[in-house]
Design a binder for this molecule. Structure first.
Ligand code: GLY
Length: 386
């Protein structure tokens, strides 16, 4: 059911990137202000809204109505839902449609959707006529707290996730928390993994707050807004200090080296959503940190307990079809990790923990240690039903 949009005072988070600075506008009902905000930012602009079929059903009309009310001409480009669109074919479809819609250098692409739509439309905007500006209107929790902020855009290669892309910052992010009401519980939970990530990697007090308040975030209301704004502030801070990921930004990849390998091993399918892979990956990173003596077992168990309480998968054995070829095989997972963008000259880089709230980049991790750790984890008995 489509939730009614209600107005509330938005929270504005600034992404301080000099002449490419932009606002993240967070609040219930802020989608209604899309047209007015774009008109104020870029008078006389034309737009093309890129979205997917499911999001279009719920939110395309309100978005178009807001653009029309502000006198902004717009066209729509609707792609298939899911990673199937984050491909060469998906990029071709969106790029050709943008050209056909006469989107010119001074116009704007509007990405209305989750992480896939944001990454795809953002990348198409980055390369169209050598670069057209775009606005992110994230409609999943994961996109609101992570992928819509920071300018990472791209598509997958058959050989690995996000291997083709560009840094291209949006000029505005509109995160309407009411649109999250139409997400399935599983999609919402998957996005929650990225919220918890900000606590685990850099903010122990936020992690403790999440342990107490996570149920309220799932229900909606002010806890949800606080969690999204805190996550966006954390991300905006990191991005403004290290836009191109030469240092600190790599910490945002906590859980992603393991997680991306698991997503690849499950064929980027519904067997494992990105956030679910990140949840399992975060637990593996915490447990690997404990194995290396960097944190105590109790801290690793605390990370696992919180994510499990939020209903997320936390063990390899929680993945549907775990026993299938490729997934239960440490060497196959190692081969998939070798394709990760964080690999430098064949050496694995991991984000590990020195404490809850203190992540570090561990460069040059000895592969045999990772392989032995994975073999150990793969040998464990299923802890919970998949
Ligand atoms: N999702 C990690 C980053 O934006 O750097």
């Amino acid at each position: 059911m489509t939730a009614p949009l209600k107005n509330s005072d938005p929270i504005i988070v600034d992404v301080a990137l000099g002449e490419r600075a932009y606002d993240i506008v967070i609040g219930r009902g802020v989608l209604q202000s899309l047209g007015a905000r774009i008109a104020a930012l870029r008078p006389g602009v034309r737009t093309a809204v890129v979205t997917d079929r499911t999001v279009a059903r719920h939110w395309l009309e309100p978005a178009e109505a807001s653009l029309a009310a502000a006198g902004i001409p717009t066209s729509r480009i609707v792609v298939e839902e899911g990673e199937i669109s984050k491909t060469y074919a998906g990029l071709e479809k969106v790029s050709e449609a943008l050209i056909a819609a006469m989107i010119e250098r001074n116009d704007l692409v509007v990405a209305l959707g989750g992480g896939v739509v944001g990454d795809l439309a953002g990348f198409a905007a980055a390369i169209l006529r050598r670069g057209v500006d775009f606005v992110q209107v994230p409609t999943s929790l994961l996109a609101q707290v992570d992928s819509s902020v920071g300018g990472k855009t791209g598509i997958n290669s058959p050989q690995g996730k996000n291997l083709l892309g560009a840094f291209h910052q949006p000029v505005l992010v509109i995160a309407d928390t009411a649109v999250l009401d139409t997400l399935s519980p599983r999609q919402f939970r998957a996005g929650y993994a990225e919220v918890a990530k900000y606590g685990v990697l850099g903010d122990a007090a936020f992690f403790t707050w999440l342990e107490k308040n996570h149920a309220d975030i799932f229900k909606g209301g002010s806890a949800r807004e606080h969690a999204i704004a805190t996550s966006c502030r954390a991300k905006a801070g990191v991005v403004s200090r290290d836009e191109r990921e030469t240092g600190e930004r790599a910490l945002l990849n906590l859980g992603h080296t393991f997680g991306h390998a698991l997503e690849a091993a499950t064929g980027f399918s519904d067997r494992l959503f990105h956030g679910e892979g990140v949840a399992i990956g975060m637990v593996l990173a915490a447990e690997f940190s404990a194995k290396l003596g960097m944190i105590g077992q109790a801290d690793a168990a605390r990370v696992e307990r919180h994510l499990a309480e939020a209903g997320l998968p936390t063990h390899l054995q929680d993945i549907a079809g775990f026993a299938q070829e490729g997934l239960a095989d440490a060497d196959a997972l190692m081969a998939l990790m070798a394709q990760d963008k964080k690999v430098k000259r064949g050496r694995l880089a991991f984000i590990l923990l020195e404490a809850i709230g203190c992540a570090v980049v561990a460069k040059d991790v000895e592969p045999s240690l990772v392989r032995d750790f994975l073999k150990e984890k793969l040998g464990e008995k299923p802890a919970r039903k998949a």
